[in-house]
Ligand binder design. Structure first.
Ligand SMILES: C[S@@+](CC[C@H](N)C(=O)[O-])C[C@H]1O[C@@H](n2cnc3c(N)ncnc32)[C@H](O)[C@@H]1O
Length: 281
């Protein structure tokens, strides 16, 4: 996947692009991030990119006759023009569903504003996908562009060590709920212990605990996420259970998000012990 970031301050991205998962993904060729300094499209001796707003008012506005040629030229830098995203507090909110939608693209251009933002004719001419990262105002679109890259890259195959984490994370396609409580060693710390069920090696019971923990937490913190979702899960579970043929020694069914999947047979005590030592369930 290719990102092209159009910004007046490309230096902001240097540290971010050279660390951790993003650095690894770029080095492995799973991801390309190209930075373009929009000021290179200023065509006067003062490198002017902005001007005072018509009608008066505070601040400066990014000029349409600089931004449009800049975007149009960058669009030609690859085989396809790509999807143009404008970062703006007035855009549609960035949610995990929007992130999943963006992750389907081969190429995304991220247009970062500054000052009072863009001349409205930039929007009319280029018709970008206007995206906001939240109901607050940042100084510029660079941090918002980094948020888009960071959230989208997690869904690109080969970027995360375990592809499944992006499915079971909070808000994600697994069930759209908040993720369940997580624990690792030690088993006990300052009198606080890990829920016994997680040490049992019984995958069916662990999955049931996880689902119930996700639901309880989501209900307490973000009941809005449950709108229709919980009912849907319950109905799906009922349907699957009805269809289930009766067999002797059938493995236990475990609700995994919207789907019902077969649990692995319970582990031997040795395996459970190994699970506890590796804490990699
Ligand atoms: C100071 S803001 C301009 C705000 C604009 N005057 C308004 O009130 O809607 C400058 C730039 O920061 C970026 N920005 C600020 N808040 C943002 C947000 N919540 N989401 C995405 N981008 C944002 C945009 O690129 C914007 O053009």
């Amino acid at each position: 996947m290719r990102f092209d970031v159009l910004t007046l301050f490309p230096g902001i991205f240097e540290g971010y692009l050279s660390e951790s998962l993003l650095k690894d993904a770029i080095e492995r060729g799973a991801l390309e991030v190209h930075l373009h300094n929009m000021r290179d499209w200023a065509n006067d001796k003062h490198n002017t990119m902005d001007d005072r707003p018509f009608g008066g008012g505070p601040g400066m506005v990014l000029k349409v006759d600089r931004i449009v040629p800049c975007v149009e030229e960058v669009q030609t830098y690859a085989e396809r023009p790509g999807r143009l995203v404008m970062l703006t507090p007035q855009g549609r909110p960035l949610t995990q569903r929007v992130v999943e939608e963006l992750a389907q693209e081969e190429r995304i251009l991220l247009l970062c504003g500054r000052y009072e933002g863009f001349d409205q004719r930039v929007v009319e001419i280029l018709q970008p996908d206007e995206i906001s990262i939240g109901d607050y105002v940042l100084n510029g679109g660079e941090v918002a562009a980094a948020v888009v890259i960071d959230s989208v890259m997690r869904l690109i195959p080969g970027v995360l060590g375990d592809e499944n984490s992006a499915v079971v994370d909070s808000f994600s396609s697994g069930n759209r709920l908040l993720e369940e409580d997580q624990y690792t060693r030690p088993r006990e710390y300052r009198g606080l212990t890990v829920p016994e069920i997680l040490l049992s090696g019984d995958h069916g019971a662990i999955e049931r605990w996880r689902l119930s923990n996700r639901r309880e937490k989501t209900l307490a913190r973000r009941p809005d996420l449950l709108d229709g979702e919980e009912t849907k899960i319950d109905e799906d579970e009922k349907k699957k259970k009805k269809k289930r043929p009766k067999k002797a020694k059938e493995p236990e069914l475990v609700a995994e998000s919207e789907n019902v999947v077969e649990a692995k047979p319970s582990e031997t005590p040795e395996a459970a012990d190994a699970t506890e030592n590796n804490v990699d369930v």
